[in-house]
Ligand binder design. Sequence first.
Ligand SMILES: [Zn+2]
Length: 279
Amino acid sequence: MWIPSLLACLLLLAAIVYAGATLSGSLVEAAKTAKAAKAAKTEQTEQAEKPAKSARPRASAETATIPTPPPTRDSRPAASPGTPSASPAHIAVPRSGPGTFTTARSSGAVVGGSGPLHRYEVQVEDGVDIRPEKAAAEIQTMLADPRSWAAHGKGRFQLVAAHADVIIKIATPATTDRLCASAGGTHGELNCEVSGGVIVNLKRWVTGSPEYNGPPAEYRNLIINHEIGHLLGYGHMDCPGPGRAAPAMMQQIKGLHGCKSNAWPYTKDGTFIDGPPVP
Ligand SMILES: [Zn+2]
């Protein structure tokens, strides 16, 4: 019978076309997979690149004078609602803590295109009502900002959960004083940079600075940029002139000397905010 033969032929033809399409799809998928694997390898290679020799860190605490006592929390403007890093103004600032820390269990990609690689951990003193992962995410965002050091070839930064060469600790004022003792006195008020890390005073992290014109969430950028600046080898700077932006390396908490408070080492258009060196 010719009709069944014709049907059989059509079915055979359809099967051939279908098989061809499937094979073609598989080839496209295979090509995509190979491309993705190549991209992943490139990423791994970049991250595994051996860092250049780091600038010699210098220990530093903001020690010359006792800062103006900060005003009460209520006298500062609140963080704008909806801001991801909105200030946790309700966080208590105990005078002291146990001196033990919990490390953020998070890690991230390398930020920055050149300069020495600094692998950092973020730790929060136990008993403090700040989730380490939240603080780590905030610090990651700061270091990736186009106005910060990494965007200008001053170093590369990578958040890690272990085996860091830089440890950023958020500590109660008493623990800060103890950990900063080798770098000078912090008097329960200041932050410091020590060999291998940065000690952030919980009081400054939560309440900001009386000299800073902005909410604590913004001031935290200055804490990190300033102390990381020390880690990169920068010393203190003074105000470059009345009405100018205060350098990130200025000890702004001790007075602005006519400058406007500022949290970033660079302007939005990439100019370094310089100032005369403080001897
Ligand atoms: Zn300093």
